[in-house]
Design a protein around this ligand. Structure first.
Ligand code: MG
Length: 382
């Protein structure tokens, strides 16, 4: 018999030691965090960005993403992405990239899970309508609204409004509002989430549009990025039926983009002599597609804009959704008592327009449709 039991676990390292061992010097390390607006004692076994990730996952706005449109509304089927599944795809891709580049996965995950939390119902159709309705009152932008949610609107903790997230998560979200106005280059973790978002929607919008019958494989082969992915797949597997080709080409599109981005980023880290997180602030972007791929991504995105996002079926849903939001907004302006109590209470501070906009923006698609039905059925019966 052995004299002692085998060691099944070792005492946990501190978060700082763990990051020191695993992360690259140019990653954002938890020990360098600029902290939170409301100081809080450190957690025993969770780092600051892990806590941020957990707070986002437990927020109301995050859960509501499951019933919010990405591009296609729920009425169009149940295959396509919702805002939540898009968010999870972005998070998954971003973590893959972060692990390969030895960046801070906790920060990347927090940023990814929060990146679309400010989207109103009905995707960009809802956003455009709210922006129009609030044009004389500051407009509406989903990235800006995400900050309002995490800094103000979520009410989950004693002692402060919002989620009291770390400065690095808030700064990351802030850079999404107007990239041209950003004073300095965002962290590599922020750049990673931005790149993962683009990889995800280029691939899944093509996939969803094919499944919904808005596009055919024959039309998509006009697009070089798709055609080359399909060619690589068929040269590997031989001729495939349409369903298998579609699925394999979508996987190839994701894998190819991730591989390209990692090669480009690795080269740029050397070229621009990035040795620490501060070095990132003053050099050109690091986490971007190669020039060749970037050009092909633009071609695919232009094609999707023309053929999918403006498809008659999508445009019909857009009009319906925008009409419903506009009618509800007008009703709240006329009769603020229709708003829930907490939104009525904020009218004195922020005005009826913004408070109504906040309420509408927080709705899921299905809640907005149901609420609109109730409000207008009621009016008609009066
Ligand atoms: Mg997104």
């Amino acid at each position: 018999m052995p004299s002692s039991q085998p060691t099944l676990w070792t005492p946990p390292q501190s978060i700082a030691e763990r990051e020191q061992a695993l992360l690259a010097p140019y990653a954002v390390h938890s020990t360098d965090t600029k902290g939170r607006r409301h100081a809080e004692p450190p957690h025993t076994y969770r780092g600051p960005f892990q806590r941020d990730r957990d707070r986002i996952v437990h927020s109301t706005a995050y859960r509501r993403l499951s019933y919010k449109t990405q591009v296609f509304t729920g009425e169009m089927g149940d295959y396509h992405r919702t805002r939540l599944t898009h968010t999870l795809e972005v998070s998954s891709l971003a973590r893959t990239l972060a692990r390969a580049l030895r960046l801070n996965e906790d920060l990347v995950e927090a940023l990814a899970l929060a990146h679309d939390i400010g989207h109103p119902p009905f995707g960009h159709s809802g956003e455009d309508k709210l922006d129009e309705l609030l044009a004389d009152h500051g407009g509406f932008n989903h990235n800006h609204h995400a900050l309002r949610i995490v800094e103000l609107l979520e009410q989950r903790y004693c002692g402060f409004a919002g989620l009291n997230l770390s400065s690095e998560v808030l700064e990351g979200q802030r850079t999404r509002i107007d990239k041209d106005l950003a004073r300095e280059r965002p962290s590599l973790e922020v750049q990673t989430v931005e790149a993962a978002d683009s990889i995800a929607y280029d691939a899944h919008d093509a996939d969803d549009a094919l499944e919904l019958g808005l596009l055919t494989l024959g039309e998509l082969v006009e697009v070089p990025l798709w055609r080359e992915a399909a060619d690589r797949v068929t040269s590997r597997h031989g001729p495939l039926n349409d369903d298998d080709l579609r699925r394999a080409a979508v996987h190839e599109l994701l894998d190819f983009q991730v591989g390209d981005l990692l090669r480009e980023a690795t080269g740029r880290l050397v070229e621009f002599e990035v040795h620490c997180a501060e070095d990132v602030l003053g050099v050109p972007p690091i986490i971007i597609a190669s020039g060749n791929l970037a050009e092909k991504k633009t071609e695919l995105e232009t094609f999707l804009h023309q053929r999918v996002y403006r498809h008659p079926r999508v445009m019909a849903m857009r009009r319906q959704a925008q009409d419903a939001l506009g009618e509800m907004f007008d009703a709240y302006l006329r009769s603020p008592e229709l708003l829930p109590g907490s939104y009525q209470q904020r009218i004195d501070a922020i005005g009826i327009h913004r408070s109504s906009g906040d309420y509408l923006a927080g709705m899921t698609d299905r809640f907005a449709i149901a609420r609109h039905g109730q409000m207008f059925a009621k009016q008609q019966s009066l």
